[in-house]
Design a protein around this ligand. Structure first.
Ligand SMILES: Cc1cc2nc3c(=O)[nH]c(=O)nc-3n(C[C@H](O)[C@H](O)[C@H](O)COP(=O)(O)OP(=O)(O)OC[C@H]3O[C@@H](n4cnc5c(N)ncnc54)[C@H](O)[C@@H]3O)c2cc1C
Length: 387
């Protein structure tokens, strides 16, 4: 079958679906092509997100989508640790299979055509007709606007692989998981350039994972789990790459628009992307519709500008803190953790937010004492990073 749409989104996950929702809400036709058989499945996510962030995305998660509530976070280094309250932010663990279906429902109610089991096999630009020709096994789609929401697959093909890490995450039953506490564990030897995590997902379950550079994720994850207890049952396993390289400089190339993971819109510190990628989808959809409708002074590049206005400085700070963490060894991280005072912890608990957490990082790595220590440890390298 041959079909014409104002726009075609390839990738039916959070950023692609939100983009389609906005495009159809503003009256244009849009098809979403998703290779998997079911929206939201298989799930490649911890599901940790703030309710405030979801609200900004126009999503009030259904009861089925909400798995659990988180009230505190334990941050551990090799031998030290501290705990902060996360109450301020309404941090929630969501089931991405349900959440993504909920967004798909919103999008299709506005008129988006969502197709699962539609692996896109080729995307070509016909410069004569100024349109994209997008093929799946069964259909050919013609459109002026191609939205690339294929996630990290697209990013890996198009950019520097330095920002890619491998991750493994198991969902397990274990009675030792604390129901409302996230755990983040740094260990430069075991999880170089990243960390291990536990996200409690309710009813005695948790999502427990590791990521790092050049590690055997499976072995590393199993030994992380065993470090708590050998009593657990595995419900689901996922192995997936994550992106910590920061956003691409440009998201718009003529009428091709990158959104979400495909544009590198995940946090460079935690690789969390539901909020920032979802916002990418919304902004792209809005500006595309304005541009297509010839709204005066509208431009597709306004999407880039607006995303950078919201996230640019924050992501830059996160990249800066990441660079510092990458250069510190376990002993140095332990030493920095020892400098964290009760009043720092109180301030982090009171003022830090989940979606914009560089404030918390600046409390940990940016205090006078920490900076003195870091500059002594890193010497000229620190000045280089600062520059
Ligand atoms: C282990 C892990 C844990 C995570 N935990 C969290 C977390 O707790 N909180 C958080 O905020 N973020 C988390 N993230 C990140 C978050 O999942 C992503 O940032 C977010 O899903 C990005 O959404 P997206 O729509 O841009 O891309 P994706 O969710 O990657 O979706 C891309 C979609 O494109 C489809 N696709 C790809 N190629 C094609 C093709 N050729 N044809 C058709 N369809 C195609 C894929 O099937 C997929 O559905 C985690 C990621 C991982 C890997």
């Amino acid at each position: 079958m041959e079909k014409n749409f104002d726009s075609v989104v390839v990738g039916g996950s959070i950023s692609g679906l939100l983009c389609a929702r906005e495009i159809s809400r503003l009256g244009l036709s849009v098809a979403v092509l998703e290779e998997d058989y079911e929206i939201g499945s298989p799930e490649h996510c911890g599901g940790l997100v703030s309710l405030d962030g979801l609200k900004k995305l126009g999503i009030i998660p259904s009861n089925r989508a909400i798995l659990n509530e988180v009230n505190k976070a334990k941050i551990l280094s090799a031998t030290k640790g501290f705990e902060v309250s996360t109450n301020r932010d309404n941090i929630t663990v969501v089931d991405r299979r349900e959440l993504d279906k909920q967004v798909a429902y919103q999008a299709q109610k506005f008129g988006s055509e969502i197709r699962t089991k539609s692996l896109v096999t080729s995307i070509n630009y016909d410069s004569g007709k100024k349109e994209y020709v997008i093929k799946t096994k069964d259909d050919i789609f013609y459109t002026k606007f191609f939205i690339d929401a294929r996630g990290i697959t697209s990013l890996i093909n198009n950019s520097n692989r330095d920002g890619v890490l491998q991750s493994a995450q198991y969902e397990i039953y274990a009675d030792w998981i604390i129901p409302d506490e996230i755990i983040v564990k740094f260990d430069k030897v075991k999880y170089p350039d990243f960390f291990a995590w536990i996200i409690p997902s309710g009813n005695g379950k948790g999502k427990i994972g590791v990521a790092g550079r050049k590690i055997n994720t499976l072995q590393t994850l199993e030994s992380f789990i065993e470090s708590f207890s050998s009593k657990y049952s595995i419900i689901r396993k996922i192995y997936a790459p994550i992106w910590i390289g920061g956003p691409l400089k440009n998201f718009v190339f003529n009428n091709m628009i990158l959104v979400g993971d495909a544009a590198g819109q995940t946090k460079p510190t935690t690789a969390g992307g539901i909020f920032s990628c979802g916002m990418g989808g919304i902004l792209a959809g809005n500006h595309l519709a304005r541009y297509k409708k010839n709204v005066v002074n509208s431009s597709l590049n306004d999407y880039e500008t607006d995303w950078y206005l919201i996230f640019g400085k924050e992501f830059q700070r996160m990249l800066f803190f990441r660079k510092i963490m990458q250069r510190l060894d376990n002993k140095s991280i332990d030493a920095i953790f020892s400098l964290i005072s009760d009043s720092d912890i109180a301030e982090i608990s009171k003022f830090a937010t989940f979606d914009f957490h560089s404030f918390a990082l600046s409390k940990i790595l940016g205090s006078k004492k920490a900076i003195k220590l870091i500059s002594a440890l890193l010497g000229n390298e620190f000045r280089h990073i600062l520059n």
